[in-house]
Design a protein around this ligand. Structure first.
Ligand code: HEM
Length: 140
């Protein structure tokens, strides 16, 4: 982490995704989508940033996304205040790493309506959220 680094985004301008997404998908489909995202991370150039066994990471992320998309606040209940930027500070997230992370998510979103019942009308809003929030995770 570079203490002088300023993330290229104002977090107040990042709109949360629609909470209707959870109503359409449910917990199981969101968890499957995140599992598939982690399978993409497995094959990606940023694989080494993650622990060798990514099952716990995938579960934590699923808990976060379930709450974010309108479901029960599982992440808060299990792990406390998300403070996502602070939790990502131990990992050197630069533009290149962020782009790889986003590309992994994009590969999953390409099939999300048919595979996980992701509501098509909310895909653009969700992509915008990922785009902005992943800029906010950058720290170098
Ligand atoms: C929309 C943006 C992002 C969201 C919503 C997100 C979400 C999460 C969540 C919920 C966790 C689990 C935190 C915990 O340990 O409790 C996590 C961990 C992590 N994330 Fe992200 N993340 C984002 C962007 C990124 C980016 C851009 C990178 C790197 C390029 C990244 C790398 C990591 C790493 C290395 C971990 C730790 C995994 C572990 O130790 O289990 N994340 N992220």
């Amino acid at each position: 982490m570079n203490p002088n680094f300023v993330p290229p985004v104002n977090p107040q301008q990042i709109a949360s995704p629609s909470r209707d997404i959870y109503a359409a998908m449910g917990q199981e489909n969101i968890s499957r989508m995140i599992d598939d995202f982690y399978m993409e991370l497995e094959k990606s150039p940023i694989r080494e940033m993650f622990p060798r066994d990514m099952r716990a990471s995938a579960e934590k992320s699923a808990a976060f996304f379930i709450g974010l998309l309108g479901g029960p606040p599982l992440y808060h209940q299990r792990y406390g205040n998300p403070m996502m930027r602070a939790r990502h500070l131990p990992f050197p997230i630069n533009q290149g790493a962020r782009d790889e992370w986003l590309a992994c998510f994009e590969r999953v979103l390409e099939h999300a309506t048919e595979r996980y019942k992701f509501p098509a009308e909310h895909l653009e809003g969700f992509r915008k959220f990922l785009h902005g929030f992943s800029l906010w995770m950058m720290n170098c």
